[in-house]
Design a protein around this ligand. Structure first.
Ligand code: IVH
Length: 691
């Protein structure tokens, strides 16, 4: 027997009711959502669709009949005399264009009359604002004094959170300025700045406490505390974007000017708001804010466009629970739910094994994601991730997608624990975890092809030698075809070899050869960074370049002396010294130089390019076989170095010939770099063109 479809639908509706009620409670009451907003929206939309097509299934208790949160029973309730509305959404350019068309049609009377108006409006002015991702709050002032703060709740009734609101420093307790209304209700968003959210979660992690999922939940959770000293301890802020009730004063006739008036009374207004013309202006603003989203100090999930004229706003009015005159243009959701099918380990440049989640493809943050990082084993354990879990994938801006958390309720019985490998998946060397470090590493070093490949990618990357056209994919291809096995091989490549490669024409081959040629004079700092010494990032590389002014000198220095350099501690110093102790690395550097690579001495000296050693102090000792000490001195001075008779901490390097004595001992004890005659000659050779 087949089940009648009505009955099937009814049971689906019941299931949706139950699920949505559950998630509402998690989100609004516990401030601890289990699924991403996108997933919740899907469920709600499914229910709304059924209810639209089958109105007999719509009941008063349906979750679709509720906007926002039910009030928490512990707080007293506040009735909003003017309801707090929600906003319609647009997700595409077309929807924004359609929004403006609707407005113009209505204002020009097309929606109600057949006749064309005499002077039809063709464009509108909009106040445009970031759509802040926090908690909507209403503030009530009587004779300029804050008397009440309330959450939006379900739009009609909210919670009285006056005590908590009073703890927020950017909310005025007393208004400033002139013409203060007898009664003023101001609305806006209480939010937690991103930096405060990060440090709150960091502290929670350190104390093994529960973390918040995002700044919005952290803000909501902080505002809905019965103990307002907890709210006070959280760094919250508020931007105001609307007024509600108002008696005893008038507002200017544009929304943007009303905001300025609010600022004069002491409210904080979002500095990234502005006024634009037409849908085109709105779309440009959407892109502009989208581009700087990651740099904003607060979280947003889109932008809001509001018709700027309050008179036109009145003419346009409302439809159900949202104003016709405003719309939220939302960014694609940054979190989506999907299935974790498997975990593989990727070997990085320094041998670190990163667990990577293989996912059921999912569209998130504007792209389809199939892989996401799980960071390291500590993170996996903290989030309790297993293979087979339903996970929430997050992709924010340019950041690589990550598995943010799991949905415990959806864990299958046979979910599999993730374990670190014993051996490298690429070279099979042993994998080790150093105590105190979160990462495990392949111990294969340069015999590991994965590490070799990554080293080449790093060398060519934007912040290193910035070799145009040599992206990660091409490095993989060149490596797999055995055309290169280390960075110095790059400079031996021939155009003919390249143009034989798949997806590579003559023109691209020539371009790459030209780009390699153009990369031969990097700054010394870039060159040091490009070598990929562990823990030597851009900044440290710059400090090293400025301090030593010569790779030759850097190569010969020791750990103690290195620690004189800004940002260099014992660990980094040890990595640097070990790097230059490995013969293999020195051979590669030598062949890079032989291929014509010539690092340029730091900028500081750029106006004096002929004096690459300016600012450094050398001491010469012992017997040199290729030249007398005085000639060596002349060479050094010609390069700009000072030559001194005695070794001190400030000595850049000691040049030690045969039978060097006490100066050598002293240099060694001070950690001053010691160059033998060969290294000195190399130093002269490197700078030969300049001297
Ligand atoms: S105006 C009558 N402006 O979005 C229009 N709302 O879905 C009322 N929001 O709950 C809202 N930033 O919490 C407005 N610049 C902004 C906003 C904003 C965030 C939130 C607000 C409201 C929701 C509407």
């Amino acid at each position: 027997m087949t089940i009648p479809s009505d009955q099937k639908l009814q049971s689906r509706v019941n299931a949706l009711h139950q699920e949505l009620h559950y998630h509402n409670h998690r989100y609004y009451v516990l401030d601890d959502p289990e699924i991403p907003d996108s997933e919740y929206d899907k469920l709600l939309r499914e229910l709304q669709d059924i209810e639209t097509k089958h109105p007999q299934l719509l009941t008063e208790d349906s979750p679709s009949q509720r906007v926002g949160a039910p009030p928490l029973s512990e707080f007293t309730q506040v009735t909003h005399l003017i309801p707090m509305l929600s906003l319609g959404n647009a997700f595409s350019e077309d929807e924004v264009l359609a929004f403006e068309k609707r407005l113009l049609d209505r204002l020009n009377g097309n929606a109600t009359k057949d006749q064309e108006p005499e002077n039809p409006m063709t464009t509108l002015e909009y106040a445009v604002e970031p759509k802040l991702d926090g908690l909507a709050v209403s503030l009530l002032y009587e004779n300029g004094i804050l008397v009440q703060g309330a959450t939006r709740g379900d739009g009609e009734t909210g919670e009285n959170i006056t005590a908590n609101v009073r703890t927020i420093k950017s909310i005025p307790l007393k208004l400033t300025g002139n013409n203060i209304p007898d009664i003023l209700e101001v609305r806006g968003e209480v939010y937690m700045p991103k930096a405060s959210f990060e440090s709150l979660n960091k502290r929670a992690r350190e104390q093994d406490e529960k973390t918040f999922v995002n700044p919005r939940n952290a803000a909501a959770g902080s505002m809905r505390q019965l103990d307002s000293s907890i709210t006070a301890s959280r760094n919250l802020a508020m931007y105001c974007y609307a007024t509600g009730r108002m008696e005893g004063a008038n507002l200017p006739d544009k929304h943007s000017d009303a905001l300025k008036q609010l600022a004069n009374w002491g409210f904080r207004i979002c500095p990234d708001s502005k006024v634009v013309s037409g849908a085109k202006g709105c779309l440009d603003y959407f892109n502009e804010i989208g581009n700087k989203r990651d740099d904003l100090s607060y979280d947003i999930d889109g932008v809001v466009f509001k018709v700027n004229s309050l008179d036109l706003q009145n003419q346009l009015g409302f439809v159900s629970r949202a104003p016709r005159w405003a719309i939220a243009h939302k960014f694609p959701a940054q979190e989506q739910m999907t299935l974790l099918k498997d975990v593989e380990f990727q070997v990085g440049r320094t041998g670190a094994l990163t667990p990577v989640a293989r996912l059921e493809p999912v569209f998130v943050g504007g792209v389809t994601v199939t892989n996401a990082t799980l960071h390291n084993m500590d993170e996996i354990n903290r989030k309790d991730v297993r293979i087979g879990d339903t996970v929430i994938v997050r992709r924010a801006g340019d950041v690589i997608p990550e598995v943010a958390r799991i949905v415990p309720a959806k864990r299958p019985k046979d979910a599999k624990k993730i374990v670190m490998l014993d051996t490298c998946p690429v070279c099979e060397s042993e994998v080790k975890q150093i105590e105190g470090e979160a990462v495990s590493r392949c111990t294969g070093g340069l015999i590991c092809p994965a590490q070799q490949k990554e080293a080449i990618k790093h060398f060519a990357s934007r912040k290193a030698l910035d070799i145009d056209g040599l992206g990660d994919k091409l490095v993989e291809q060149l490596f797999d075809e055995k055309l290169i096995s280390n960075i110095s091989d790059l400079y031996a490549l021939k155009a003919e070899q390249l143009s034989n490669l798949e997806r590579m024409g003559d023109k691209s081959a020539e371009n790459l050869i030209a780009a390699l040629e153009a990369s031969k004079k990097p700054s010394l700092a870039r060159f040091i960074y490009a070598l990929g010494i562990r823990e030597v990032g851009e900044t440290t590389a710059k400090s090293l370049a400025n301090f030593y002014r010569s790779l030759e000198v850097l190569k010969h220095t020791d750990e103690e002396h290195l620690q004189e350099v800004e940002d260099v501690g014992p660990i980094v110093a040890n990595h640097i010294v070990s790097f230059f102790q490995q013969a293999h690395n020195n051979e590669i550097i030598a062949s890079l130089f032989a291929a014509g690579i010539e690092p340029i001495i730091p900028e500081k000296l750029a106006d004096d390019a002929e004096m690459p050693l300016k600012g450094s102090t050398y001491v010469i000792t012992g017997t040199l076989s290729s030249m007398g000490r005085s000639d060596a001195k002349k060479h050094l001075e010609a390069l700009g170095a000072k030559v001194s008779g005695s070794v001190s901490k400030n000595t850049s390097a000691l040049i030690a010939g045969e039978k060097a004595g006490s100066k050598l001992t002293k240099a060694e004890s001070l950690g001053v770099a010691v160059l033998d005659e060969e290294a000195m000659l190399k130093l002269f050779e490197i700078h030969a063109t300049e001297s």
